[in-house]
Unconditional design. Structure first.
Length: 95
């Protein structure tokens, strides 16, 4: 039982850290600081590469900076991971 509780606690801490990185990336994106946002998103991506939102944000960073061709990989993955891809995902993929 203790092992289960410890596992839940550690998972919760990991999720909170990933969320904090994503929120920090979002704030930097809003300021137009794409390279700095990308760094935060990449740290979060290392922990949760199958997050559709995170893949979309990384694609948007690459579109706004460089190398732009890397955006395609992440935009495509975002569309594939999403249960119901958004219009924004298709728009970013099309660019």
């Amino acid at each position: 039982m203790r092992l289960f509780i410890c596992t839940l606690f550690l998972f919760s801490q990991l999720a909170q850290a990933q969320d904090a990185l994503t929120r920090k990336g979002d704030a930097l994106m809003q300021q137009g600081l794409f390279y700095q946002a990308l760094a935060q998103y990449e740290l979060a991506y290392a922990k949760t590469p199958d997050d559709a939102y995170l893949n979309l944000q990384i694609a948007k960073c690459y579109l706004a900076s460089s190398p732009k061709n890397k955006a395609l990989e992440y935009a495509n993955k975002a569309v594939q991971l999403a249960e119901k891809p958004s219009n924004e995902m298709y728009f970013v993929l099309a660019q």
